[in-house]
Design a protein. Structure first.
Length: 251
């Protein structure tokens, strides 16, 4: 099979590194999943955000959760209220608040990208529907369109379920506010993700290994882990502005 031949062209060290990185992400996600089940977040959607983003953020997401995320559990908030301590998040470093906001956006992006990539791999005609052979000769670019569509829809959904309960909005108003809060952030995240994937697939892998990574290989998803970190970097300053100006809620 072509995928097997491509995978074989990567050196053993890179294959082992990819498998280990993915395993580490899985372990970190499992740790956080267990913890949020035992200590649910006050904002329900963050119970999904933390484990999902640990798949690519690994130990950094783990550290961020136990350093800052644990302060936002239901029990922590109830305890703070009982002790008449601040629960508005004003005591939390703004940099950490922005980081949580960016991760909230990234969780939707990641879930959408994973679904889109596997869908296009399993059902190649889907890539044709979004431009392969018509708008794009390169299938990757068509799949990126699909990635963006899924990531955008799911990212807005994540934002919707964060702000509607918080602001007590109607469904229609909630969708409008979610679009205002996360459209720029989602776009910035995808730019970082696409940028690194393009660099890896069209330059780094071709020059170093004379191949590309297929979707059904550990090498591809290890690359995607790094690309998601790049997405976090490009989305961070956008989230800083969105939260500072009050367009986006603190997570």
């Amino acid at each position: 099979m072509p995928a097997s031949r491509d995978a074989a062209m990567f050196p053993d060290w890179f294959h082992i590194l990819s498998v280990c990185a993915l395993a580490l992400g899985g372990i970190c996600a499992l740790v956080l999943l267990i913890d949020v089940l035992r200590h649910p977040q006050a904002m329900g959607v963050m119970n999904v955000v933390w484990p999902v983003t640990a798949l690519f953020g690994t130990v950094l997401t783990l550290w961020g959760y136990f350093r800052y995320g644990r302060d936002s559990t239901r029990e922590a908030m109830h305890k703070a209220e009982a002790e008449k301590r601040d629960t508005s998040g004003e005591s939390e470093p703004f940099a950490a608040i922005v980081g949580k906001g960016a991760l909230h956006c990234g969780a939707g992006c990641m879930v959408g990208d994973v679904i889109a990539e596997w869908l296009a791999f399993a059902v190649p005609v889907v890539a044709v529907w979004v431009g392969w052979h018509t708008l794009f000769d390169e299938k990757t670019f068509a799949v990126w369109v699909l990635d963006f569509l899924f990531a955008f829809v799911l990212g807005i959904a994540f934002q919707y379920f964060a702000i509607v309960p918080m602001r007590k909005l109607t469904p229609g108003k909630g969708i409008v506010e979610a679009l205002k809060a996360d459209s720029l952030s989602l776009s910035a995240w995808q730019i970082g993700m696409y940028g690194f994937m393009a660099f890896a697939q069209f330059y780094w892998f071709k020059r170093a290994f004379a191949t590309r990574a297929d979707v059904n290989t550990p090498e591809f998803w290890f690359t995607m882990q790094i690309a998601m970190v790049a997405g976090f970097v490009t989305a961070y300053p956008v989230n800083w502005w969105l939260i500072r100006t009050g367009i986006k809620e603190k997570m």
